[in-house]
Design a binder for this molecule. Structure first.
Ligand code: SAH
Length: 398
């Protein structure tokens, strides 16, 4: 008999509104074959709500992939869902699919637990849940048929897999081995995705819109002096130079990111590497040092790692966001502009805005919020599932 998860009264409401997660605490009882990894989700009044993948020991017990009874994540359905994800992007992405894009964004594409990114002719997959582990061969077969990649790499080296009893994993899955970071084009820039060892699947695809916005603002400010904090491979710094920045100082704690940033910068002949300095160290300390040295900048980018990854870390994380934003305001010249980001899903946009307001107040700098930034259209968000909209940014003028 198929597996059925019966919800506690009222717990169907967020699901009907589009939230795809069913936490273990929302389930009153289950019946049927518990070895299955798909289930019907049933409201307390007995009505069918959704079909979901399940894992018995995960706190997110079930992830909805369909609201149609009888649907299953079998080969035909996986293929059809991938086709829809690709068609939507073909139709809606202003930059097309040929260079780099997130092709599958998990729950947002009705494929919970699956990420597929593309860098030129390389596909990178991330299998976040056990049901995808079981459908691995189907997925790879469909990806080969639909997209004819030269290489498929797996970057399932994420700790969250342990909740479902899976080890982190990264490996060549199909095709030609990689000979190094994968070069790809984005707008007027050439970038490198370190698919084998870089962050995420090798690059911050989610900052695409913000990189474009940065180029516009650099042009508007006219040869600004730029500080790029938490630079990683300095894609923001390279964009700023390309758009005419007078100079860029980039800060990060990672030596390997610096090496890659040099190689990436060299791919863009209009960027003069002598205008870019990359300093390695703790950003909080380096920012304080710059303040003591009375350094000033026209444009500062703050793109820290996730500073709030659990609810318990909220007060500490918010303080850290405030600290760096406060220091940034102190380092900006009058008329200067701050690009400030948070990728913490738990910190909502309004709250992040309040943190920035508090930092400006403490710095005694009058500010204006000039532009809101967010993740691009290949990282879509569905109604009822705010968690998918994790990336928030503000452009703030001083
Ligand atoms: N802006 C980058 C992505 C930044 S990711 C881009 O667009 O590609 C966050 C970066 O912060 C990582 O490169 C990490 O090495 C760096 N980092 C984390 N903690 C840090 C700290 N305390 N000081 C300096 N850098 C730090």
């Amino acid at each position: 008999m198929i597996l059925k998860l019966h919800l506690k009264p009222g717990r169907e409401i967020p699901i009907i509104r589009g939230h795809p997660w069913i936490m273990s605490g929302a389930i009153a009882r289950s019946e049927g074959d518990h070895t299955l990894d798909e289930a019907d989700i049933i409201a307390a009044n007995g009505t069918f709500i959704a079909r979901a993948t399940v894992h018995p020991s995960s706190e997110i017990r079930a992830r909805v992939f369909s609201t149609t009874a009888g649907d299953s994540l079998d080969a035909a359905s996986i293929r059809q869902r991938l086709e829809v994800a690709l068609e939507r992007r073909q139709h809606w992405l202003p930059w097309g699919l040929d260079t780099a894009a997130r092709l599958v964004f998990s729950e947002s594409d009705g494929l919970p637990g699956l990420i597929v990114d593309r860098y030129a002719d390389v596909l990178v997959i991330q299998l976040l849940t056990a049901p995808w582990e079981a459908r691995r061969e189907i997925l790879i077969d469909v990806l080969k048929k639909l997209l004819h990649p030269k290489t498929i790499w797996e970057r399932s080296d994420v700790d969250s897999r342990r909740h479902e009893g899976l080890e982190p994993q990264k490996a060549l899955i199909y095709g030609a081995p990689l000979t190094g970071p994968v070069p790809f084009k984005e707008g007027n820039m050439r970038f490198l995705a370190d698919v084998e060892n870089g962050h995420k699947t090798g690059f911050y695809l989610d900052q695409r819109v913000s990189r474009q916005a940065l180029q516009t603002w650099v042009g508007q400010l006219g040869a600004p002096k730029v500080l790029n904090v938490f630079a990683y491979t300095d894609s923001f710094g390279a964009c700023a130079l390309q758009a005419g920045a007078a100079g860029v100082l980039s800060l990060d704690s990672s030596t390997s990111a610096q090496e890659l940033s040099d190689r990436q910068l060299a791919l863009n002949p209009e960027c003069d590497p002598s205008k870019r300095t990359y300093r390695i160290g703790d950003a909080f300390e380096l920012l304080r040092g710059l303040k003591e040295d009375k350094a000033h900048f026209d444009l500062i980018i703050l793109d820290p790692p996730k500073l709030v990854n659990r609810k318990a870390k909220m007060p500490q994380g918010l303080r850290a966001y405030k600290d760096i934003n406060l220091l940034a305001f102190q380092l900006l010249k009058p008329g200067g502009v701050l690009f400030s980001f948070s990728c913490s899903g738990l910190v909502e946009r309004d709250l992040f805005g309040k943190v920035i307001e508090g930092a400006a107040r403490d710095a005694k700098r009058p500010v204006q919020f000039l532009e809101d930034l967010s993740q691009p259209a290949d990282h879509p968000r569905k109604p009822g599932f705010p968690e998918a909209g994790y990336l928030k940014g503000f452009v703030v003028g001083v």
